[in-house]
Design a protein around this ligand. Structure first.
Ligand SMILES: [Zn+2]
Length: 284
């Protein structure tokens, strides 16, 4: 199938299921994500970060995903993740990405609104959907107090204003998740998430979806999350697949065998995650 926008795959009121969004870096990742989704019969969002695009090249990632999507019957979206460089974001649109994320979350509110609005106008003119972030999702580099942590969480009323003034299609609120692996058990603010979901009329995204328990993932879906981003878990799966293969076959030098092991490990992880994103009691 031809690629579709992320907006087309998401609903503001998820019915017991979220769409998985996975970060890719190379051909093996792309094949692992798309062929696993095909096996499960579920749509999927393939994402590339700015650093992945600088590594592989926008055109390479775009063609890889388009080629894989043509070979399956499930709908696939291709999205730029955490876009901050507007030239790179424009290059993604020019090469056929169907969705972009503009991350102005580190800017003051008015500047975040302005840059997001600018990207929405550009992207919508090309039929591309837009995700934006309000509040701050934690990162590996963040080592901050609880009070500072709460100050970064998204204010529900400000979220309403942000969505109305920018015209975005999908919102990433900050509700206490962080990118990377968690040091302890993450404290997610579910009442805040439910309030945001009840007030805004666009689908909501969970960033930092790696390393969360199935109970937490399901609670985020019940509370209104329709897209769950998984980056770190897939990186570990890929690299651990290579390590395990080389430990068992230390003399192997055939790259196809090494990368096939990475792809198989990534595919297994994606299948496992896609199963978790569907809550059984909903009969999905
Ligand atoms: Zn993120």
């Amino acid at each position: 199938m031809a690629l579709v926008t992320a907006k087309e795959l998401l609903t503001p009121k998820p019915q017991g299921r979220a769409v998985g969004a996975f970060n890719v870096h190379n051909m093996e990742d792309v094949q692992a994500v798309i062929f696993a989704a095909e096996e499960m019969g579920t749509p999927v969002i393939v994402m590339a970060s700015e650093s992945a695009l600088k590594y592989a090249g926008v055109a390479f990632i775009a063609r890889l995903v388009q080629t894989a999507a043509e070979q399956v019957s499930i709908p696939i979206a291709l999205q730029l993740d955490h876009g901050q460089d507007l030239d790179l974001l424009k290059a993604c649109i020019d090469h056929g990405f169907t969705s972009v994320m503009i991350d102005g979350s580190r800017l003051p509110f008015e500047e975040n609104v302005a840059v997001t609005r600018e990207v929405v106008e550009l992207a919508h003119a090309h039929g591309v959907s837009v995700e934006a972030e309000l509040g701050r999702v934690g990162g590996k580099e963040d080592d901050i107090s609880v009070a500072a942590h709460e100050a970064f969480l998204t204010d529900p009323d400000q979220a309403v204003e942000f969505v109305e003034r920018t015209g975005i299609d999908v919102l990433a609120p900050a509700i206490g998740t962080a990118h990377g692996l968690y040091k302890g058990i993450p404290k997610l603010d579910f009442p805040r998430l439910k309030e945001i979901a009840s007030k805004v009329d666009v689908p909501l995204v969970l960033h930092g979806g790696s390393d969360l328990s199935v109970e937490v993932l399901h609670e985020t879906i019940r509370s209104g999350i329709s897209k769950i981003n998984i980056g770190t878990d897939l990186k570990y799966a890929t690299t651990n697949g290579i390590k395990a293969y080389l430990e068992e076959n230390p003399a192997e030098f055939e790259p196809r065998k090494v990368f096939a092991a990475a792809r198989e490990s990534a595919r297994t992880l994606v299948l496992e995650k896609l199963r978790l994103l569907s809550i059984p009691e909903h009969g999905n």
